[in-house]
Design a protein around this ligand. Structure first.
Ligand code: GUN
Ligand code: FE
Length: 433
């Protein structure tokens, strides 16, 4: 059922060439390098044709080893406001809470402190790759990228663009927004080679046509990915319609301005899609970020996930912190399943099959992992991103699949003993004393 779950029973029955001082758990573990077997400074290759490669054996017998979680929609600066303002819907929540919180990141010291906490938190909950919105501040965004680079995690990060319908303390000039974005693309390529830059227009109401057009040119020129929000809240959709009466649907606004590059686009929420939008998203191979907890917290709606999957859309499960209150992907997996079950009581959805755990787990690992390359699975050719999960002392004789179920429903970050990204053990990035 779960093609990706392995019960690790590594045996020390073949040569290792790791030298003295290399203990199990030391980075790099096996798989960090490609290509044929090589000797190392510490010892020769085994010389066996087709034999095992020179590896350090890390024995985690008894633990559950699962792919790391990948979260395609999270707002890094919103961590300090997680849980606030959920008596409001999206637009008043943005005005009363979100913009005020994000404005604080003009202070680079505050940004540094809270972005360290954010990176730590993602590490702790086992979200090894993510696509994050930062704020419109260029310096603070670069700082987040640098902290991510130092952490050993391999996310994507975007400076938020917003030049209209925003308070005067959190708005930018169109040309400055474009120039700042391009400068960050170049600087991050130099300074943070393992952290990708993703073009991040906040959402259509926040970005003028001139800004969207300019960003679309950057996307084409630099081959960049794009992330934004789409069809989240009904008042938001009405507003987009008023702003762009000449464009038939919300999704087509992004398309019109070159902000839907094929296979490189994430759209968050997508609750209220029309069939015309579904066809466009399928054609562009857009990754949809299903944010079930946020959709409940902000009373945005219930995404028809089964319908979208059946329409051939690529749906992933994402946190949307702090439209939601909790970064841990196991909570989002569970909530997506629960909401999917509840949806079957709605008129017109009685025949929907609710999400199964195996599907939801896939939507939080392998499906979003594809945004980062060959990530999110233990199939040959994939990068080794893994969580080592503690064995539970159980009176029941549980299969590996059942142990995964237990972890997803009842476990938490204390059960995650180790995190590996691209074959390397990643320690806690910024321990707080
Ligand atoms: N739409 C525009 N900005 C935001 C945001 O920060 N969070 C959510 N959930 N939706 C948005
Ligand atoms: Fe969001």
């Amino acid at each position: 059922r779960f093609g990706m779950v392995h019960e690790n029973a590594a045996k020390r029955d073949f040569d290792t060439t790791a030298g003295p001082g290399h203990r199990p758990g030391d980075a790099p573990a096996s798989g960090a390098e490609d290509g044929p077997e090589r000797g190392s400074a510490d010892g020769p290759a085994t010389g066996r044709e087709n034999g095992p490669r020179a590896v350090t054996v890390v024995d985690r017998t008894g633990c559950l080893i699962i792919p790391g979680f990948n979260d395609l929609h999270v707002h890094a600066p919103q961590l300090p406001m997680a849980g606030l303002g959920f008596d409001h819907e999206l637009l008043p929540w943005l005005e009363r809470y979100t913009f005020r919180a994000e404005a604080r990141y003009a202070d680079i010291d505050l940004a540094d402190r809270w972005y360290r906490r954010f990176v730590n938190r993602m590490w702790r909950v086992g979200t090894l790759r993510f696509s994050a919105f930062a704020t419109l501040h260029d310096d603070a965004t670069l700082r987040l990228m640098e902290l991510c680079q130092r952490s050993g995690l391999r996310p994507m990060v975007g400076k938020v663009n917003m030049d209209r319908n925003a308070p005067d303390y959190l708005i930018e000039d169109t040309d400055a927004s474009l120039a700042g974005t391009e400068a960050l693309v170049r600087r991050s390529r130099e300074l943070t080679p393992d952290v990708g830059f993703v073009v991040t227009p906040r959402f259509v109401p926040s970005t003028t046509p001139a800004l969207m057009r300019g960003l679309g040119k950057l996307v084409a020129r630099y081959g960049l990915p794009v992330q934004s929000h789409l069809d989240e809240n009904r008042d938001e959709i009405t507003w987009v319609r008023e702003l762009h009466p000449d464009i038939p649907t919300y999704a087509e606004v992004y398309e019109r301005y070159g902000l839907m590059p094929e296979g490189r686009t994430i759209m968050a929420h997508c609750i209220w899609l029309t069939d015309r939008e579904r066809a466009l998203l399928r054609e562009r191979r857009v990754r949809l970020a299903h944010c079930a907890q946020s959709n409940a917290d902000l009373r945005s709606g219930i995404m028809p996930v089964r319908r979208d999957l059946e329409a051939g859309l690529d749906v992933t499960i994402a946190s949307d912190v702090a439209g939601s209150h909790e970064p841990h992907m196991t909570r989002h997996i569970v909530q997506s399943i629960e909401v999917s079950k509840l949806k079957t009581f709605e008129a017109g959805h009685e025949d929907d099959r609710p999400l199964r755990l195996s599907e939801a787990f896939h939507m939080a690992t392998k499906a979003p992992g594809a945004f980062f390359g060959r990530v999110g699975s233990f199939e040959p050719g994939f990068e080794f991103d893994a969580l080592v999960v503690r064995r539970e002392d159980s009176p029941l004789d549980l299969s590996p699949e059942e142990r995964l179920e237990r972890f997803v429903y009842t476990g938490d970050d204390r059960d995650i003993l180790e995190r590996y990204v691209a074959g390397r053990l990643v320690p806690e990035p910024f321990p707080e004393r």
